[in-house]
Design a protein around this ligand. Structure first.
Ligand code: ASP
Length: 926
């Protein structure tokens, strides 16, 4: 026998000696205790001692408690049965325990058959099945919360936790049974649940890895208290213990463990507790138990040799101190059960003295007090007044099966190294949890925690969201100083004291991607990957909120709204042409007009010659003219058509129906042509930029000359890929099949391609980025409206506790105009912004028509007038020749005479050259 065993033996002996030490001659009440042979055996005996001593010391009682404690192991079933029968023979008043379900089968059956009260302190779902076989109500009482109500408590807790989906990790079938009860109460709308058995091995990593890869963040862990730490330790190694995870531990002893190694863990670990550790009576009990544990044994051992040895043993093995928060539930229940028994005993004894009969396991004789106990303990609504205040809350009556009816569970949450109470579940109101902390309290608490933290922000480079900063003095920059941009300012604003009062560190995502899901590998890349791996707390860039991404991570409210649009290069400014006035009509049309002019004029001439109405009397006073004349010579015909084409009219007009018809048709023609010309003239003269035009995505999709593409692997490409809209789908097919590829790895490259491709490439980009580029590069333009509407949000791992706070900060900033200001700063002011706004005002000036645009008209005028002058000179010379002949002057004389006359601007009359003074022209010609 080693020292420990010897010591234990002595302790049992010592315990008995306490009990039997009283000299008074009271009636002994024998009680059998079947305790587990484990680490808590000692504490159980201490708890029994505490009650026994208290009861036995009360003067006036006619009985004296005599505990008989048996240490049992799981394999001792037969031995336990024999021991129980032996006690039965001695007239045992009640049996407590055992603590292991295996032995319980035997003990429970003896006590039920002989109707000896039995008090159980463990989770026992089997009481129910016994009920049907029992004639009298069973004298078996279980102080542990009934499986059904405990399951209800768990179900309510899960529902209140608002979990979307969760995984149950269980250790054995008993656990599964326990949780199944909880799951039976689920409704269709309850979160999705999956199960994973831990298996007998101590290495649970494979199961935990499966949990991790499933992406589940909420777990219910059902295992022995002694295994909790092991499981959580392994979970921590696998990064399953982040602030985004939450756990519910079903073991009611979770609070008794040493949680110091999880001090810095931010995971929400919730458990249930029956023992109210904060109550003064629990603290008092712990104090008494400590005393018993430390001194009583030594005091009661009379043999000096053994005493010395015990002292030495204590020195080497100091007894762990009993604290209110490390009292295991089964010991607390044992304490309360004994307490309850004694109180009921006193009560019944005063009513009618109880006789403890010696019974036998071999006969069917039953105890006379068993039924009295059964009745008393099942009395409806009865609350028992116990000798010492119970550790597990008030004990009222038991149900027909023997389960404790009313009780309260504390909802406790790990806070650093200790649990704190956050709510209470009452078996009377099983569907609700009374939370101690209001939503506001929780928010305030959370905010306090956020204030102390540094957010790890992951981003990607892209103007103006995040850009590398260059030190003006050429010094190397470190940390956040390396970057600048909109997102940096945004998080800076969020972390300001008036908002979250936090700090942050920026890192660039390794692959430079936004975050795309690859269905083949079933993996995410980019920012989303970093967040899923918990390498970062926040992902901030021009990251679009999409449905697919939202399934993997959480987003804040959008801080910017936008849509996909087309970025295209403006047409190159053409220098205005001299004859640009002719542009409203094509050259072809001008030729046709000229030809029509000739034809119609000639037509007019011919028709007029044919038409008798146009042959007129040259002397209207002569009623019988000998000859008629026709004014419609070729010259006049051309003059009429010209006059009407120029919208000036003509002083001679046709008289015949056919000639009028020709003239009318020509006027109609000129009316339409002039109207068309005038309408087009404005547009053509003011339009300084020419070239192929697209006005919408439909235009783009309908042609093949201009190639178009977008950023590869982003939300823009996903939009086209996943769309149901036929035009956009067609565009996607075009983009995919285009050679060379029309996809770019970032917006910058897309913009460059638009600028260099001479209007042969359009880039589908998000409107906010288009706006940014258009502010700086006036050669760029946005074509058409946005194709969709969406927003940029800050991404974070699902279930992030700081999401609400960041949302609030964003809303606040939006309302105060801070977001607008930020955008203005990075879009219009920084990095050469606002350039094209100036240019736009210049555009208005250039909208006025300059000499360049109408110069051609002046040229036509000048050429026309010059031509007219030359003709005038010709006509003049012709006239000079005529004058010279008629007046018989030399050409020179005639020329001088005519020039003189022409120059004399005062002379308004000219003398006609008379033939008398002239030689007949015919003679000269001859
Ligand atoms: N902002 C986009 C994203 O988050 C990038 C793009 O596709 O234009 O993927």
């Amino acid at each position: 026998m080693n020292l420990t065993n010897m010591y234990r033996g002595i302790r049992l002996f010592a315990l008995m000696s306490i009990v039997f030490a009283t000299k008074e001659n009271r009636r002994p009440v024998h009680i059998g205790f079947f305790l587990n042979d484990d680490d808590f055996f000692e504490l159980s005996t201490v708890a029994i001692t505490a009650v026994v001593r208290r009861v036995n010391q009360v003067s006036g009682t006619s009985y004296q408690l005599r505990p008989h404690i048996f240490r049992t192991t799981k394999s001792d079933i037969l031995e336990a049965g024999l021991l129980a029968c032996q006690r039965v023979k001695e007239g045992v008043a009640a049996i407590f325990g055992p603590e292991s379900p295996e032995i319980n089968e035997m003990i429970q059956s003896i006590s039920s058959t002989l109707e000896i009260p039995q008090f159980q302190t463990f989770w026992n779902p089997k009481l129910r099945s016994r009920l049907s076989r029992q004639i009298n109500p069973s004298p078996v009482f279980n102080l542990y919360p009934s499986p059904q109500s405990l399951a209800q408590a768990l179900a309510t807790l899960v529902r209140e936790s608002d979990w979307k989906s969760y995984t149950v990790i269980y250790e054995n079938d008993e656990g599964l049974l326990r949780l199944q009860e909880a799951l039976n109460q689920r409704s269709m709308s309850d979160p999705a649940v999956s199960f994973r058995a831990l298996g007998p091995k101590e290495n649970h990593k494979s199961v935990l890895k499966e949990v991790k890869s499933s992406g589940v963040l909420h777990l219910i862990v059902d295992c022995e208290a002694g295994h909790i730490m092991d499981i959580l330790r392994q979970a921590k190694e696998l990064k399953l213990l982040s602030e985004f995870h939450s756990y519910i531990l079903t073991n009611l002893d979770a609070h008794t463990l040493d949680w110091s190694e999880f001090k810095n863990v931010r995971t929400n670990i919730t458990a249930l507790r029956l023992v109210d550790t904060n109550k003064p009576n629990t603290q008092h009990a712990a104090l008494v138990w400590n005393q018993i544990l430390k001194y009583d044994i030594l005091r009661n051992v009379k043999n000096p040799a053994i005493q010395k040895e015990l002292v030495n043993y204590r020195k080497l093995n100091p007894v762990a101190e009993v604290l209110p928060n490390n009292i295991p539930i089964r010991i607390a229940l044992l304490y309360d059960a004994l307490n309850l028994f004694v109180s009921v005993l006193s009560k019944l004894n005063t009513e009618e003295e109880i006789i403890w009969e010696s019974l036998s396991c071999e006969t069917n004789e039953t105890s006379s007090h068993g039924q009295r106990f059964s009745k008393a303990l099942r009395e409806k609504g009865r609350e028992f007044e116990l000798v010492v205040e119970p550790l597990t809350g008030a004990i009222t009556s038991f149900d027909e099966m023997g389960y404790r009816k009313k009780y309260k569970l504390q909802i406790i949450e790990l806070d650093s190294t200790k649990f704190r109470v956050t709510g209470t579940w009452d078996s009377d109101f099983p569907q609700e949890i009374q939370f101690k902390l209001s939503e506001e309290d929780r928010d305030t608490e959370l905010k306090k925690k956020i204030q102390q933290r540094t957010f790890r922000v992951v981003s990607r480079l892209g103007d103006p969201y995040l850009m590398r900063r260059v030190d003006p003095h050429g010094r190397a920059l470190y940390g956040n100083d390396r970057f600048e941009g909109y997102t940096m300012d945004l998080i800076g604003e969020i972390c300001k004291p008036q908002n979250l009062n936090c700090s942050f560190t920026f890192e660039i995502v390794a692959d430079g991607k936004y975050g795309n899901y690859d269905p083949k590998t079933k993996q995410w890349n980019g920012l989303i990957r970093e967040l899923l791996d918990y390498k970062a707390d926040l992902g901030i860039c021009d990251l679009t909120i999409t449905y697919e991404r939202r399934k993997a991570v959480d987003f804040t409210l959008p801080f910017m709204t936008l849509g996909i649009s087309i970025l295209y290069a403006k047409a190159v400014k053409e220098p205005p042409e001299l004859l640009s006035f002719s542009h409203p009509l094509s050259f072809e049309v001008w030729i046709y007009i000229a030809t029509s002019y000739l034809i119609i004029s000639m037509m007019m001439f011919l028709v007029a010659r044919l038409n008798p109405n146009d042959w007129e009397n040259p002397h209207p006073c002569n009623p019988c003219p000998t000859e008629l004349e026709n004014i419609w010579n070729v010259k006049n015909c051309f003059w009429l058509t010209m006059g009407s084409f120029m919208a000036q009219g003509c002083d001679i007009l046709p008289k015949g129906i056919s000639t009028r018809m020709v003239a009318a048709m020509w006027w109609f023609f000129t009316l339409i042509i002039t109207a068309c010309y005038t309408a087009n003239m404005t547009a053509f003269l003011t339009m300084s930029r020419m070239g192929p035009t697209i006005e919408s995505a439909e235009d783009l999709a309908a042609q093949t000359k201009i190639k178009y593409g977008c950023l590869g692997g982003g939300s823009t490409s996903s939009f086209f890929k996943d769309t149901n809209f036929s035009t956009y789908h067609r565009m996607w097919v075009q983009m995919e099949s285009a050679e060379p590829s029309v996809f770019e790895s970032n917006n910058k490259d897309g913009v460059k391609r638009v600028l260099t491709s001479k209007r042969k490439y359009a880039f589908l980009m998000e409107s906010s980025s288009i706006e940014y580029e258009m502010e700086r590069n006036c050669e760029l333009m946005q074509v058409g409206n946005n194709l969709d509407s969406k927003g940029y949000g800050i991404a974070m791992p699902t279930n992030a506790p700081y999401r609400k706070s960041i949302n609030e900060a964003i809303l606040k900033m939006q309302e105060m105009g801070a977001l607008h200001k930020l955008k203005d700063k990075w879009w219009k002011e920084m990095n050469g912004g606002g350039q094209c706004t100036k240019d736009k005002s210049g555009d208005i000036e250039t909208a006025e028509m300059g000499l360049d645009n109408v110069g051609g008209v002046f040229v036509v005028l000048a050429v026309g007038v010059a031509l007219a002058f030359m003709i005038a000179v010709c006509e003049f010379l012709w006239n000079v020749r005529k004058v010279a002949v008629v007046e018989r002057l030399t050409p020179k004389e005639a020329l001088i005479k005519e020039i003189r006359f022409a120059m004399d601007i005062r002379s308004r009359k000219k003398v006609v050259s008379t033939p008398s003074r002239a030689i007949s022209l015919e003679n000269i010609d001859r």
